[in-house]
Design a protein around this ligand. Structure first.
Ligand SMILES: Cc1ncc(COP(=O)(O)O)c(C=O)c1O
Length: 331
């Protein structure tokens, strides 16, 4: 099977922002873009993106999960990067139309169609280091995907690092530079301790990994960092916390220190997981800190993690009622 995100639908939907307005949406080939080498994005990183999924249900219908939240986050990222203002209605139509056009290519569960809206500053001006791009491109790429973590249900190994993933006011922005700045710590963690991911814990504050949020499950309680500007406000995180509340669990959104995490993770029955559009909800089996390894609970995937993941998948896959109105039917 091809690696996650390496296969694309042949076309994407695209609009350009010029002279204060967006052009009519076009469907264009997804294999190239014509960009000036001096484009703002290539020098000053005026770029943000989103990741969401469309699912095929047993009746053949195609349904997108929590599209409005992803659009709202792209609008916020664009604002915080001083990119031109995204038109929510147009973007919604761009997503729905391209997914409808390639409805036949949406894989059956556990696969899905990954949707990647992308917004980049295109103005050809290398003099604009301290000024925004007046022009931009917004396009929606599609990529049929299977399971993100090729290891399937194998619990992950996380290295707890006393580092920031990105500038502390930029964590809330889904922008390329944040991922680039996290790469060196992640590569070193893979090499030095065979970690799957780094859990960024600057000053002992448990934040998130390079591409997912972190949740600790202790009995009937689920604990995760409360929202601030330092990390990405995951839509899966919000969905899982909502489903946990539905099940009568206590949801604690608050600061979690490395010390408390290590202490609670070692209790029998403790569970930890990563949440994200790609990761869904993936168990964490081992935490690595200061050269020591700590098994989370018994080191295996826990029953609460599995049940919450199943509850989320059941809604996404049309096997349980969509009681929160999270799905948009496309066709
Ligand atoms: C840095 C980071 N944190 C958290 C998440 C989880 O966000 P979401 O659940 O909206 O996919 C992502 C994206 O998947 C991410 O890239």
């Amino acid at each position: 099977m091809s690696a996650f995100g390496t296969v694309f639908a042949p076309e994407m939907s695209l609009t350009r922002y010029e002279q204060g307005q967006w052009s009519a949406t076009e469907f264009v080939s997804s294999d190239s873009l014509n960009l000036h080498p001096g484009a703002h994005v290539l020098h000053y990183s005026s770029t943000c993106f989103e990741g969401l999924k469309a699912f095929k249900h047993q009746d053949g219908s195609i349904n997108i999960f929590r599209m409005e939240q992803n659009i709202a986050r792209l609008i916020q990222s664009s604002e915080l990067l001083s990119l031109p203002p995204v038109d929510a209605e147009q973007l919604k139509q761009m997503i729905v139309d391209i997914v409808k056009r390639y409805a036949g290519d949406v894989p059956l569960p556990p696969g899905s169609m990954y949707i990647r809206p992308t917004h980049i500053g295109t103005e050809a001006s290398i003099g604009k280091a301290a000024a925004p791009s007046n022009t931009s491109l917004l396009y929606v790429l599609l990529s049929p995907v299977g399971d993100y973590f090729a290891s399937g249900s194998k619990p992950l190994r996380l290295l707890l690092a006393d580092e920031t993933r990105c500038a502390s006011h930029m964590g809330v922005v889904k922008s390329g530079g944040n991922y680039a700045s996290a790469l060196q710590p992640i590569l070193k963690a893979r090499q030095s301790v065979q970690a799957d991911q780094v859990l960024f814990c600057p000053g002992g504050d448990v934040q998130e990994t390079g591409a997912a949020n972190f949740l600790l499950i202790d009995g009937n309680e689920i604990i995760t960092k409360s929202l601030d500007s330092s990390f990405l406000h995951g839509i899966t995180r919000h969905s899982i916390l909502t489903l946990a509340r539905d099940r009568g669990m206590t949801v604690s959104e608050r600061a979690l220190s490395v010390d408390e995490l290590l202490e609670r993770a070692q209790k029998p029955g403790a569970e930890a997981a990563l949440s994200g559009t790609a990761a869904v909800l993936t168990s964490v089996g081992t935490l690595i800190h200061d050269g020591k390894e700590y098994a989370v609970g018994n080191g295996e995937a826990g029953p609460t993690t599995n049940a919450l993941r199943q509850a989320l998948n059941d809604i996404q896959w049309g096997k349980a009622a969509d009681t929160h109105g999270w799905l948009t039917n496309v066709c």
